[in-house]
Design a binder for this molecule. Sequence first.
Ligand code: DWN
Length: 392
Amino acid sequence: MEKFLNLGSQPLANSYIKKSNLKLKEKKFKLQVGFNKKNYLVSIINTVPKEKMFNNEYPYKSSESKTMRKSFKDLAKKIKKKYKPNFIIEIGSNDGAFLKNFSKNIAVGVEPCKNLARLTVKKKYKTFSEYWSIKLAKKITKIKKADLVYSANTLSHIKKLDEIFNAINYSLSRNGILILEDPSLLSCIKNVAYDQFYCEHIYVFSTIALKNVLKKFDLEIFDIQNTKTHGGSNRYFIKKKINNIYKIKNSVRAEISKELKFGLHKISTYKKFSLKVKESKKKLLKIFLKAKIKNLNIIGYGATAKSCTVLNYCQVGGNFIDYFYDTTSYKIGRYLPGSKILIKKYKKLDKKKVDIAFLGAWNFKEEIFKKEKNFIKKGGKFITHVPIPQII
Ligand code: DWN
């Protein structure tokens, strides 16, 4: 693995700090990103044990944004129409944002974060609150195999890819399919969205890398859809090689050729990206400095896991940002890891109190701009760092 990016010493992204713990030393790790020339996988080099990240207090809820609720609902509608599944397993079911679109009789969740699993159990969905493994796959599919395994923004969080895909392969019926959704490496690199790298995102997948990983398990991608979620994601439709029902679509060849044209198979591409990240930091700091000199009131909007990388890498803290707004009840009243900026309960932006909001949740820019149209009308601005640091 060749290292190409160093994002410094970072705290754990979703470990929001309680006021009473503000003086305690935070756990930190070296956030470095590397490229594997053999299989083209891009991954963080030092990983954090899963139990430290995904436990009983996981703060992120998929249902928090309208964009994600709609995305899951639309996909579920298509799945029901096209694949008519009788048994669905969702790996990383979070708070049930996807599951809730299916009947409780046919869909089960896997969610190791107990606080989240409780939410789907409450809604009467069978939920296995364990880490995904071959042992769990055997338990879930004891009576029948799944004709659909779905997983969004989860497999990129699991270190042992071999174990994941072995267990998925075991769980799927002969003609069953796997639908995976994760941020696209091509979008990440093109948009200099270096904040897609943090402790939880062990991998950011490209199609060329995923194809190599799947090969070992006789699994193959037969369709790809580019989606706008999380700053540009890929939805991969995967089948067993022995399944001849689905032909490999042109979308797969097209995506692979886009990635190769961009150079996702070459270390030089990642080295160039790394230089752009350094530039991005300089530009972002310049923007904050200029705004501060003008005495503008700056807050943060969306205390995301991604923000943790940006704020700590660029050393942006209370010196520039007064507080963050976030809608997630668990995050409110806590402080962002590292930068220790307070997170307040979301209120519509008021131009009398706020001049500029740093878009921590830049991936929901459209949704947020719609919500804050009055603030924008009155001259309120946003700072974003993606694709280039700027005030908009
Ligand atoms: O992969 C992951 C993704 C899917 O979710 C996880 N590892 C952790 C998490 O990452 P993130 O925190 O960077 O995700 P989001 O979805 O960009 O987080 C959005 C945050 O912004 C949430 O805390 C909710 C908040 N928010 C808000 O306060 N007002 C979001 C919207 C749309 C809003 O209008």
